[in-house]
Design a protein around this ligand. Sequence first.
Ligand code: AMP
Length: 428
Amino acid sequence: MAGISRPRGTEDLLPEPLARLKRVLAAGLQVAAAHGYRQIETPIFESTDLFVRGVGEATDVVTREMYTFPDRGGRSLTLRPEGTAPVVRAFWESPLRQEPLPVRVSYAGPMFRYDRPGKGRYRQFHQFGVEVLGESEPEVDAEVIGLAWRWLERLGISGTSLQLNSLGDRECRPTYRAALLEFFEPQMAALPELDRERLRRNPLRVLDSKELADDGLLDRAPRTIDYLCSECRAAFDRVQEALSALGIPFAVNHRLVRGLDYYARTAFEVWHQELAGAQNALFGGGRYDGLSELLGYPPLPGVGFAAGLERVAMISAPAPEPGRPEVAVLSAPPADSKAAVALADRLRRAGLSVLLDAGARGLRGKLSFAERSGVRLALILGESELRARTVTIRRMAGRTQESLPLEGVEGRIRELLSSAELAEEGAS
Ligand code: AMP
């Protein structure tokens, strides 16, 4: 077909995948609420500067992946690639800033990155995330990780592993960075161009270089945790102790660095065994104590995570589709269709999902459509039913029928829908 196709890297969310995404998100919001996090929403586009400053000029996201455009007033706007910088901005621009600290919020919505599309990687995708603003105690780092972990548990997802690292802070990171550069200096000429570029612009990123992944070099490279100042060391210990108290297993991963510049101390990712390679992160997060100042606001420590909903949905169980009708109400011409219209309305108001077919075509065609729609019961109203004030109930699976008084038929329908007999017939 020669129609206009959807932009590369985008998806149309059809009923089942959408139902799954929503169920995954609803579970996340519930677990967040149980931890005292309130949901907020920020705009889908922001001033480009927010991300240039907040994410960092030297990051892949800012240099290569942003959807940036001038609006009609000549302002440079960007479709948000992530949610943390917007949440920090929203905090300072709203009454949230007058609330007692820490402020705990959750958010969800579409994010946009001009990434190379692939399995689990899109140009428009959805994130669910939480942020704790105004608290530097390391126990909240563990709280955020614990919240994420309980969310996956509630969804029945296993096969995940928590990867943990500490990136140090303003005090100790410069020493670490210098050690890293010193280590790579003699190898510089032999390194792939991309890694030389990383070392120039954002040296820590070399640690998660895909190009060097199989090279023994990275295993010998200096490790952040050997360069932590005493405060960062103590904080890292406390995060680990709190995780142990929660009974959450973790692996310290020396190569874990986050792509975004504003992180300090705790960094973490949750990986899943079924998601291969670069797409194995279900979510990532960490502490970003320097972000608020980078955005031009007063200092404000923070910690949070963002999860890719498509990736979490991909490994979660299928969800029932809301709006997939269970029952069809069919008028059988030449009988008048008003009774069918009224019955469908009555059943819907009683909470059932009902497909109505009250048109002029014959019953046979209606039954065949109802069957293909996947309904489990068809209620037929023909002339003899109207005369006797009854309705014929047809079980689609076994094609058996019974006749019942119209009055109070809701009860029998519910019984039939929940009966094992029907489910078994349906499964056979
Ligand atoms: P990040 O903000 O890069 O740490 O990403 C957090 C999470 O968002 C990742 O772990 C993924 O689950 C998800 N994510 C990031 N980029 C994409 C993408 N292009 N497509 C789908 N999900 C993504």
